[in-house]
Design a protein around this ligand. Structure first.
Ligand SMILES: [Ca+2]
Ligand SMILES: [Ca+2]
Length: 304
């Protein structure tokens, strides 16, 4: 028995570290819990003043992608936040982006290479399975585009000329050029999700710094996953807790026939952040066991 164990361990030591991470890829670690809304709670108008937004999970987008950026040493690039909510058939995202270089989107780029426009992207893997991902993009001029990988197959870019974006998303952007800000509110139709679902997630800012050069900025994640590295995504957890603040009527202390009854709002339970460290340790342990008998696969990367 000891001899068999020694052989197994010896074989495991010969397996490159990348294989361990490839095996750990499929599940990732949690960005945190996302609270629930009804579709009627959110008006997609480019403003996050719907009350539920106050209780959304908020992630920072502030890590420069040094592989895809024109200047991987840049220290001045767009950064921002993304708030997240979910309903029974969609993921909602609200982006607030500070972009120091205001570049009007080029119409040809919008149609053919929309990632070369100041824009935000949301990548969703509804099953966190690492093979099927939906990409939703809106630029600062409110131009949408959509792409996907179904079982790893690229089905091509969808833009408004194809009149297909409204079938998969609802979007609205708002620009505040005076403060170098723009905002995008997005409803990304996402079939099959329910409370408890783990949804693979990637966030991206495309920051044009001039007409032809782009900086790419993403959220911090456990494996430095980039846009289409879907086997390496971390995930959000969909929580049944309502994001809508409960409204309670204040007691009427005035005499009969008296004044107005004021309504007050109580905050819903704040979303919690997952314990990435513990999960990562468990995943690495599981991957190490699996690595002895399973070989990793090479994932082709395509940037967009
Ligand atoms: Ca709104
Ligand atoms: Ca820019």
């Amino acid at each position: 028995m000891k001899k068999i164990l020694a052989i197994v361990l010896a074989c495991a030591m010969l397996i490159p570290a990348s294989v361990f991470f490839a095996l750990a890829d499929a599940s990732g670690v949690s960005f945190g819990n996302v609270p629930h809304v009804s579709d009627s709670d959110i008006t997609v108008d480019g403003n996050n003043d719907d009350p539920a937004w106050a209780n959304a999970l908020t992630l920072q987008i502030n890590v420069l992608d040094t592989n895809d950026s024109a200047d991987p040493d840049s220290t001045t690039f767009a950064t921002g936040t993304c708030q997240l909510l979910w309903s029974d058939d969609a993921i909602y995202a609200f982006y607030a982006i500070n972009d120091p270089t205001i570049i009007a989107p080029d119409p040809d780029n919008q149609q053919n290479s929309p990632w070369m426009c100041d824009s935000v992207e949301l990548f969703l893997d509804p099953t966190n399975g690492g093979t099927t991902v939906f990409q939703y993009r809106v630029d600062r001029a409110n131009f949408p585009s959509f792409d996907n990988r179904i079982d790893g197959v690229d089905n091509g870019l969808t833009g408004p000329d194809a009149d297909q974006c409204p079938t998969v998303m609802t979007w609205a952007s708002r620009v505040d050029d005076a403060n170098h800000m723009y905002y995008v509110e997005l409803k990304a139709n996402t079939a099959g999700i329910s409370a408890g679902s783990k949804v693979g997630l990637q966030l991206q800012i495309n920051d044009m710094v001039d007409d032809t050069n782009r900086e790419v900025v993403r959220e911090a994640n456990s494996q430095d996953a980039l846009s289409w590295d879907m086997t390496m995504y971390d995930y959000i957890t969909l929580d049944a807790t309502s994001a809508v603040p409960a409204t309670t009527a204040a007691p009427d202390t005035t005499a009969a026939g008296g004044g107005d009854v004021a309504a007050t709002t109580a905050p819903a339970t704040s979303p919690t952040t997952g314990d990435n460290g513990i999960v990562a340790i468990v995943l690495v342990a599981i991957a190490a066991l699996g690595a002895a008998v399973v070989t990793g696969k090479v994932v082709a990367r395509k940037r967009g």
